[in-house]
Design a protein. Sequence first.
Length: 267
Amino acid sequence: MAFEYQETTEDLATRINIHEKYGKKDIDKWMLGVLLPEKGSSILDVGCGAGKQLKAFHQYLEGEAEITGGDISSELLDQARELNAELGDPFTILTLDFNKPFKSEDDSFDLLSCCFAIYYAADIPFTIKEMHRVLKPGGRLFSTGPMPENKQLFYDVIKEATGNPIPPMPGSSRYASEILDSIRSTFSSVDVHIFENPLVFESLEPFMDYTRASLSEDRLLWKDFFEGQDEFEQVMSRIRDVAQRKLEGSEGGLVMTKVVGGFMAHK
Ligand SMILES: C[S@@+](CC[C@H](N)C(=O)[O-])C[C@H]1O[C@@H](n2cnc3c(N)ncnc32)[C@H](O)[C@@H]1O
């Protein structure tokens, strides 16, 4: 199944900021602890967005690595280039569409990361094979994405507010199934690591900001829920009422737990 999708700079930044502010754990630290990348490695981050993981690798490896970031969004690549300039240009930043053959040679990288992006691929086995091809023998792929039990509260509130079933999400509907199977059948071994991060909202606004950014960013997925801005605002208002009730009935706030799978595969 192909999902139409367009990430916007603002929606991505809103969600990243909310994770950092309300989550108790740091996903980049977790990723680095799982991967323990080595100095001198060549790393390709596919779907690098504004460069969050590029920076994490760079700082952890104290500049001693060849780090490349690729993405399809020119808006997000501009942000990654700004970050690159701030850090003294340690990265190679390139336009990369993972639905097309990668421009890199076979056996080019020690590590390929793809964080919260693989599930937007139109043809998962094709993209996974390209990732495998550009890795050196013994190289590793690390992918992150939402597991089926991810952010249950968010979906419960939307279901209750609208009375509609939740449409299949590009990430959680196939990450732990179709995508994991495809990685397993292409790579010689795969380990599954789980990261759980409860986001605790003691007030309504950050939860509403998160919901607005998610629904607005993935507008096409929610197209049966609203058409146009007026209906979008009506849905947001019903969501607000349900979330408010749940907040009042909670002890210590609304808890939305991110449940992320880190798949580490060896070539
Ligand atoms: C949720 S963002 C994650 C960005 C970054 N890895 C992070 O965690 O902050 C998903 C990324 O996948 C990228 N993406 C979507 N389709 C793509 C494609 N066909 N080729 C390359 N990147 C793509 C988007 O532009 C976006 O940067």
